[in-house]
Ligand binder design. Sequence first.
Ligand SMILES: CC(C)(COP(=O)(O)OP(=O)(O)OC[C@H]1O[C@@H](n2cnc3c(N)ncnc32)[C@H](O)[C@@H]1OP(=O)(O)O)[C@@H](O)C(=O)NCCC(=O)NCCS
Length: 210
Amino acid sequence: MSFLSPYGPSSFTPDDGLDLFFSPELIPDQVKKQLPGDLHIRPLASSDYHRGHLAVLSVLTVVTDPGEDAWVEQFRTMRATSGTYYPIVIVDKASDKVVGVGCVFMERKFLRGLGIVGHIEDIAVDKGQQGKKLGLRIIQVLTHISEQAGCYKTILNCSDANIPFYEKCGFIKKENEMAKYAPDQRPQTPLPGVMTLTPLPSRASSPARL
Ligand SMILES: CC(C)(COP(=O)(O)OP(=O)(O)OC[C@H]1O[C@@H](n2cnc3c(N)ncnc32)[C@H](O)[C@@H]1OP(=O)(O)O)[C@@H](O)C(=O)NCCC(=O)NCCS
């Protein structure tokens, strides 16, 4: 898929010129106003593969580039699970490049009166933009979305080194994380057939909670 901006190949594209993951109205104005004027925060767009979305994620962990078609297919598959994922990005207006990313997803439970837990995942800020409160703004937006969706808590995993950052964002340390990694020989990138699976009807037809 090619992306043609009416403002030029690398000019800033406003929200109404993009195919966004969810409504930008869910991002609070209060947080937008606190961002430096040369930056913009919005939902992930289907054309953000070209804006360096994966490059920013690579400051967090190993990123395997699946190619644009598979990236867009993943975007659409995740978006079809309406009301589940809320990925956001911060864009540098001068270059129209992504400089910060984050996501919150909703886990629906049978306990706590059919409660919902918000899970924050994949927080990353481009090395050249760290220390400008962009990480804080991303967490503020994701926590707002989580609480607006009715989550009774918002949780995340992080390294010891990042605990002070999340404490500055208002989080407290609770319990421990356990992990069991699958054997190394598993496919690193999902097969095309897996990526095009239709979402389960119960998820696809469930109404958005926001
Ligand atoms: C962790 C990360 C997201 C923080 O983003 P950032 O934009 O650089 O952080 P902010 O400027 O918003 O920091 C907010 C506050 O936390 C503090 N802070 C940030 N990272 C910190 C750290 N590792 N240790 C101590 N304090 C930290 C800042 O000094 C700032 O404090 P202040 O309000 O007193 O000035 C960013 O450094 C990053 O992308 N790191 C690599 C990927 C990663 O580890 N992601 C987190 C996965 S759980």
